[in-house]
Design a protein around this ligand. Structure first.
Ligand code: F6P
Length: 405
């Protein structure tokens, strides 16, 4: 008999708890697995031996359904970068101590490219010290920037929220007779996937978003203003989708960085709003979708949530088959009918790398998304969860904060 541990890491999504459910449910089926531990705040919980017994917390089918519809990371998260074990072994010794003390035979890390760096380093270290603990990565990120996998759990729900919100903003922006510009700032760091996904509105016959700016395309203020003027000559209300990660002058963003050296991005929408006001002088508003795009589970994509659970479950089967240092990945077989299969990739292929939006998805002017690319995005946003409600609000599953402290 062995125990297992699961942890969540990096920026939250609407689907990361569904992957936890996948790991949990699949582990329950396996007679060789006894306790299922949740590590609080990602790898920090393993380092500090702060684990919770998930079997005593997730008790009923209702708990499971609620967990699947709850955004964010129920176990908390972290942005913790492990040192190279050849240079600094201290933290690895603490990890090994917890794993041995708790008789953990497999560790599942649900996270993005930074978290896969942890999967890679741990599996390498364990093999050098002959510790037979399997380490498996379960992908997630709204940024959709993980190499090898067709897409990442969490992205579909964020994309659905961005598109639905952009659709609603479009209606709101056209009410007055005066011309206007609305700049919508979308997350995604250095990858334009989420910003580009707003173009799915074109598949419904909408002309908005009229302009889409992603980090994969060079950005110039001069071209931006000329694009806006041109769109204003065609439309009363111009909607612009802009990625938080486009190149802007020093000082627009805070300059603060996390443990992986990633800058905290935000502020580009406001910056462009001010420029449009100064240079064009029309009614202009900027909207930063901010954390809503990664936690608005009332608009989650059912496809995304179902896939997140399946890939978590597949991670358990992968560990049981004896694999380690692997990350689960989707391979798309077809867009229509939408079909994917789950495969494995080596964690080092994904760790610390970024997958960018293909150049061919972007139009020649570098200011919108080509129609053929919509068939990539559309299947990922299909289906609704119909959440369990209370007092007119979707219910959430939560572990009491005193347990997580
Ligand atoms: O992890 C993805 C992400 O949501 C990015 O899109 C965003 O730039 C970043 O995280 C924000 O980081 P934090 O959660 O630390 O504010």
């Amino acid at each position: 008999m062995m125990n297992i541990a699961v942890a969540q890491s990096g920026g939250p999504t609407c689907a990361i708890n569904a992957s936890l459910v996948g790991v949990f449910r699949e582990s329950l089926k396996e007679p060789s697995i006894d306790a299922i531990f949740g590590s609080v705040n990602g790898i920090e919980g393993i380092i500090g031996n702060h684990l919770v017994d998930l079997k005593s917390m997730i008790l009923t089918n209702d708990d499971i359904e609620l967990l699947k519809q709850t955004p964010s990371t129920v176990l908390g998260s972290c942005r913790y970068k492990l040192p190279d074990w050849r240079e600094d072994e201290e933290v690895y010794k603490k990890i090994v101590k917890t794993l041995k003390q708790r008789n953990i035979g497999a560790f599942f890390y649900i996270g993005g490219n930074d978290s896969m760096d942890t999967v890679n380093k741990l599996s390498e270290y364990f093999s050098t010290i002959d510790l037979y603990v399997k380490v498996i990565g379960i992908p997630k990120t709204i940024d959709n920037d993980l190499c090898v996998t067709d897409h990442t759990p969490g992205f579909g729900s964020a994309a659905k929220y961005v598109a639905c919100t952009m659709h609603e903003i479009t209606r709101d922006s056209t009410v007055y007779s005066m011309p206007s510009v609305t700049v919508v700032e979308v997350m995604g760091r250095h990858a334009g996937w989420l910003t580009a996904s707003s173009a799915v509105l074109h598949a419904m016959g909408e002309t908005a978003p009229h302009l889409v700016y992603v980090p994969e395309s060079e950005f110039s203020l001069e071209n931006f203003l000329s694009d806006v003027r041109q769109e204003m000559s065609k439309h009363k209300a111009v909607i612009v989708a802009v990625s938080e990660g486009i190149e802007v002058p020093e000082g627009v963003q805070s300059g603060v960085v996390d443990n992986f050296g990633h800058k905290y991005l935000s502020g580009i929408g406001k910056y462009l709003e001010d420029i449009v006001r100064k240079e064009i002088g029309c009614k202009v508003r900027s909207i930063e979708l901010n954390v809503m795009q990664r936690c608005s589970s009332h608009l989650a994509s059912k496809t995304d949530i179902d896939e997140a659970e399946s890939i978590g479950a597949a991670g358990v089967r992968c560990a049981l088959s004896g694999e380690t240092g692997k990350v689960m990945a989707f391979r798309r077989i077809s867009d229509m009918p939408y079909t994917v299969v789950i495969e494995t990739a080596d964690a080092y292929e994904i760790a610390n790398n970024e997958k960018h939006l293909p150049k061919e998805y972007i139009n020649s002017a570098g200011n919108n998304i080509r129609d053929f690319a919509l068939s990539y995005f559309l299947p990922l946003i299909q289906g609704e969860l119909n959440p369990i409600m209370s007092q007119g609000i979707p219910k959430h599953f939560a572990i009491h904060e005193s347990v997580l402290k």
